[in-house]
Each structure stands twice: as structure tokens, then as C-alpha cells.
Design a protein around this ligand. Structure first.
Ligand code: NI
Length: 383
């Protein structure tokens, strides 16, 4: 067996040398080195960054996933092992997630001969830009996988607390850009132009009315305008304005309806003002939907492992694990990391004490999920 201090040491090394999404080359080399030194076999996929390990033998296959990328944030946490890459920080705790799944891998490797199937462990890049899961799926990492599990640390929960839920969990997290084109003019003679600033401001007001008036109160939905850009002078009406933001929903139909309603509103308000406007909708990760059976299974194993188990609240954040759950059933869970500062904060300081118990939990979960699937297969039971 390995000591907890080994996992902490690995986590700190990852924390000290964070890499941005899609650029996790040194992180990939470190993970490969540690896994191979432990005698764990790696699977070969056409991937630039990220690592896929596999433990055990047999037909039944489940997957565990950690994300490995960092954020463009300059660290201000004050920890001794702080980032040595200025402007880049593991401010979402993906370094902890990686250490947890390394620990699970080591424990599973120690019992590889008696595992009733295979556990594939995905160290996935580029979660923060919602690209890594799709790259992994495209490379074939889910082939043969019957169930998949993953975690995020939750700074608002105390250590030793576990939370998940059935069905929708994280949001459709979409980005949009609206460009209004009017006609520039001297500010003293607005009638000679088409005022794109007034048009943009009408659209922004109307969008807030749209979300509150055109959707059911129980359709969870948030639309925020986060930037606006237009004009450079005090006495000239600009020819155009660009603004944008994000929309968060928990249902694919509500998301599709919202996009359509926003598009119609934007075009018609612009037309009413004699301007033109376009909407560019950039879908982010879709709503993350936990399989009810596996969410319950994860909670049961967490209780056995000694966690205080709660029902998680709906998140309005996005999480690209959702792409895996569109392909195979499984569940995503939260584990308390007790940080005073939240995710993506320059002072984010999750408690490392979560790592070893979570590693033990995922090893236990993997073994029990394989046993469950093998038993079901032999008895031809429905899931
Ligand atoms: Ni994250």
C-alpha cells in the first residue's frame, strides 16, 4: 500500500506546475510516469494530452474520470507550493481530482487479480473549455464502457461530506454574442443615423423580460449580459455595438426554445429601429444528467465509506462530464473541500485531506460497480 503523503506530494507537484486547457503536456508526462512506475498499463489513443489507464481483466468495463487542466488566474492563495507558472493556477481543484484518481488507480492495481472486470481511468484535459470530454469520446475512450463516474470538489461543503442527485445536476452553460449594426452619425443629429446603442439597450432590457415572462417559473433559467462594447467618443453615434453573455438552463428543450426566442427578439427589435442584429449562440457543455440508479448506488457506497451523504442542489455551472453521460449511464458527485474561497478564485485553498478518503471511495465504488454489473449480466437482470 502507498501512504497518503504520496498522494499529497503528487497533488502539490501538479499544483506547482499548472497548465492551461489543451496544453497539459508536462502534466500528462507526470501522470504517465507515476502510473507506469506503479505497473499500471496505459491505453493508447490518438491524444495530444491526457492519459488513459486500465486495470483488471474481463468483459465488464467501468470508467472513472479526473480532469487535469488549470485556469488563467494568477494565484494568491499564499500556499508554500503555489503555482510557479505566473498567471496560471489550479483554481478549480483539478489537481486534487487527479490525485484522487491516482490513489484509486493504485488501490485498484493492488487488487487487480480479483477485480471482476476492468476499470478504465480517464485523466482528461481541457475541461475548462468544454473540449476535453469530446476529444476523449472521439478518440474512443468510452468503447466497451458500461458505466462512468466522476467527481468535483465542493468548497461550500465540509470535509467528509458527499452530495449528488438524480437527473439534472449541472446546467447547459451556453455563451452568446449579439452584434447590432446601425448607422453612425453626429450625436447632435441622431436622425441622420441609426442608433445602435439605443437598439442594444432595448434588446438588453427586453431579454430580461423574455426570461421572466415567456418561460415557466419552474424552468430554471438564467440569462446574464456580461459585456458590452460600442462607441469611442462623446459626440459620435457608433455604427455598431457588440454585447454578450451566458445562458444557463437545465433542460435541452428549454435551451432550444430560449435560443429561438432570443434570436427572434434580437432580429425584431433591430428591425423596429431600422438596424440589423445577429445572434451567435455557442453551446457549452449540455445539462449533466445523472442516471438515477447510479446516483443512488454512488450515495450508498459513500455511506458505507463513512461520508455524510446529502442530496446535492442544482448547479448553474457547466461541467463537461455531461458529454460522457450522454453516451453511457453513470453519475457525477460532489465531495466537500471546505475552502473559504470558491472555485476559480485566486485564493481558492481546498483541503487536501479530502484526497485519501476520496481515493478509497472511488476504488470501492469501482469494485462494487463491476460486481453489480457482472451479477446483473449473469442473471440477465434489468439495471
Ligand atoms: Ni472544475
Amino acid at each position: 500500500m502507498y501512504p497518503e503523503s504520496q498522494l499529497i506530494e503528487w497533488r502539490r507537484e501538479l499544483h506547482t506546475w499548472p497548465e492551461l486547457s489543451g496544453q497539459e503536456f508536462a502534466t500528462t508526462a507526470r501522470l504517465r510516469g507515476w502510473l507506469q512506475a506503479a505497473g499500471i498499463r496505459l491505453r493508447d489513443y490518438p491524444l495530444e494530452t491526457g492519459v488513459v489507464a486500465e486495470i483488471g481483466q474481463g468483459e465488464t468495463v467501468i470508467a472513472l474520470r479526473a480532469d487535469i487542466d488549470a485556469l488563467p488566474i494568477h494565484e494568491a492563495s499564499g500556499v508554500r507550493f503555489h503555482s510557479r507558472h505566473p498567471g496560471v493556477m489550479h483554481a478549480c481543484g483539478h489537481d486534487l481530482h487527479s490525485a484522487v484518481m491516482l490513489g484509486a488507480a493504485l488501490q485498484l492495481q493492488a487488487q487487480a487479480d480479483t477485480l471482476p472486470g476492468r476499470v478504465r481511468i480517464l485523466f482528461q484535459p481541457a475541461e475548462e473549455i468544454a473540449r476535453g470530454a469530446r476529444q476523449f469520446i472521439g478518440a474512443g475512450v468510452l468503447d466497451e464502457v458500461q458505466a462512468i463516474f466522476g467527481m468535483h470538489n465542493e468548497p461550500s461543503l465540509p470535509l467528509g461530506t458527499f452530495a449528488t442527485r438524480s437527473g439534472a445536476f449541472y446546467a447547459n452553460a451556453d455563451k452568446f454574442i449579439i452584434r447590432v449594426t446601425g448607422k453612425g452619425a453626429h450625436a447632435a443629429y441622431p436622425e441622420q443615423g441609426v442608433d445602435s446603442i439605443v437598439t442594444a439597450s432595448q434588446i438588453i432590457q427586453a431579454l430580461q423580460g423574455l426570461t421572466s415572462r415567456s418561460f415557466n417559473a419552474f424552468d430554471s433559467l438564467v440569462l446574464s449580459i456580461t459585456r458590452i462594447d460600442g462607441g469611442k467618443s462623446w459626440n459620435v453615434l457608433p455604427g455598431g455595438v457588440e454585447f454578450g453573455g451566458t445562458a444557463r438552463t437545465h433542460d435541452l428543450q428549454v435551451r432550444a426554445d430560449l435560443e429561438q426566442r432570443v434570436r427572434t427578439l434580437v432580429e425584431q427589435f433591430a428591425a423596429a429601429n431600422g438596424a440589423q442584429a445577429t445572434l451567435t449562440w455557442q453551446p457549452g457543455p449540455p445539462v449533466l444528467i445523472n442516471d438515477p440508479h447510479w446516483a443512488g448506488f454512488c450515495s450508498d457506497v459513500a455511506r458505507q465509506a463513512g461520508y455524510r451523504v446529502q442530496t446535492a442542489e442544482l448547479h448553474l455551472l457547466g461541467e463537461d462530464f455531461a458529454f460522457y453521460l450522454q453516451q453511457v449511464p453513470g453519475a457525477f458527485v460532489s465531495i466537500g473541500s471546505a475552502s473559504e474561497f470558491g472555485l476559480h478564485h485566486a485564493s481558492f485553498t481546498p483541503d487536501e485531506a479530502l484526497i485519501a478518503p476520496a481515493a478509497g471511495y472511488f476504488a470501492q465504488l469501482a469494485r462494487q460497480a463491476l460486481q453489480h454489473l457482472s451479477a446483473r449480466c449473469q442473471a440477465s437482470l434489468p439495471l
